[in-house]
Design a protein around this ligand. Structure first.
Ligand SMILES: [Zn+2]
Length: 291
């Protein structure tokens, strides 16, 4: 009986793939065909994300099965916080470091991370930018004999049992200084979207790429700025949870009231570093919970 069910499922998946090819839909997976089928993660597997409170900036530490990825590092005024965070947790090796784009409030604290931890791969949306924060990042990479890798949309890699896909930008496609590396992480049935400071033009490009955007959690783009998070983009992501990394009483008016309203209308549970401090969420592969 079990064998029969397995054969049936295999046939259904094959059929789904044929239909997907015919209709031009992007890659279809078991998860697409059976979105509610619970998955069993490997024993001892664990997944968590800490959205670090770096004030007006971004920094998130992803841990999957003891493999780490640091996405942005806040501004250079947060250097000792980032250094201490890694040191206190004994994280002396990062599989990946991602500078979503070269702005100081994202790249500034990464030199401090590299001052404590070694890194395998460092991604950024560009290879050069003549700013103090960026040059310091490059200097500390250099000390480890590493160079920046500019990823391309469609690239993917593993972080423990999690899979990370680069959704954008396409190589050489940059709409503004804010055009950022956009990552979608999947762990079992749960998914997480990191948008950096992407703006509406970047969102349009992501929408037209046909890549899967639907995610359970979104790190809201550009600290909740009104120049990002268009309705059509948020409709495609349809997040249950939204995390806004933003400084208390910042002078930019982040997060914008209309962005909060759009998220609320979608029914997303909103978390903000200016109100909640550092935010930690965990996933067991089926459900996301917050500490
Ligand atoms: Zn920013």
């Amino acid at each position: 009986m079990r064998i029969l069910i397995r054969i049936l499922i295999t046939l259904l998946v094959a059929l789904g793939m044929i239909v997907a090819q015919q209709t031009g839909a992007a890659d279809i997976s078991f998860e697409d065909l059976f979105p509610h089928a619970p998955v069993e993660m490997p024993e001892d597997s664990c997944f968590s994300i800490e959205f670090l409170d770096v004030g007006e900036g971004d920094s998130a530490l992803v841990d999957c099965d003891g493999h780490y990825m640091l996405i942005d590092g806040g501004g250079s005024d947060r250097s000792s916080f980032i250094y201490t965070k890694l040191k206190d947790n004994g994280i002396n090796h990062l599989d990946y470091i991602v500078a979503t784009h070269p702005d100081a409030d994202h790249v500034g604290g990464l030199a401090a991370a590299l001052n404590y931890a070694s890194v395998d791969v460092a991604f950024c949306s560009c290879e050069t930018r003549d700013t103090r924060a960026f040059n310091s990042f490059v200097k500390y990479l250099d000390k480890q004999g590493k160079k920046i890798t500019v990823p391309d949309a469609g690239d993917s890699f593993d972080l423990g049992s999690a899979e990370v896909t680069v959704l954008g930008p396409e190589k050489g496609q940059s709409y503004s200084d804010n055009t950022s590396i956009v990552l979608r992480i999947t762990y079992g049935n749960t998914s997480f979207l990191f948008t950096g400071d992407s703006e509406m033009e970047d969102e349009k490009s992501l929408l037209s790429s046909g890549r899967k955007l639907k995610s359970d959690l979104i790190k809201v783009a550009h600290h909740g700025s009104r120049s990002s998070s268009s309705q059509v983009f948020l409709d495609a992501v349809k997040p249950d949870f939204a995390v806004i990394s933003v400084g208390k009483d910042n002078s930019y008016g982040h997060p914008a009231a209309e962005v909060l309203e759009r998220l609320e209308k979608l029914g997303a549970e909103i978390y903000r570093t200016d109100l909640n401090g550092t935010i930690r969420c965990i996933s067991d592969g089926n459900t996301i919970t917050f500490d």
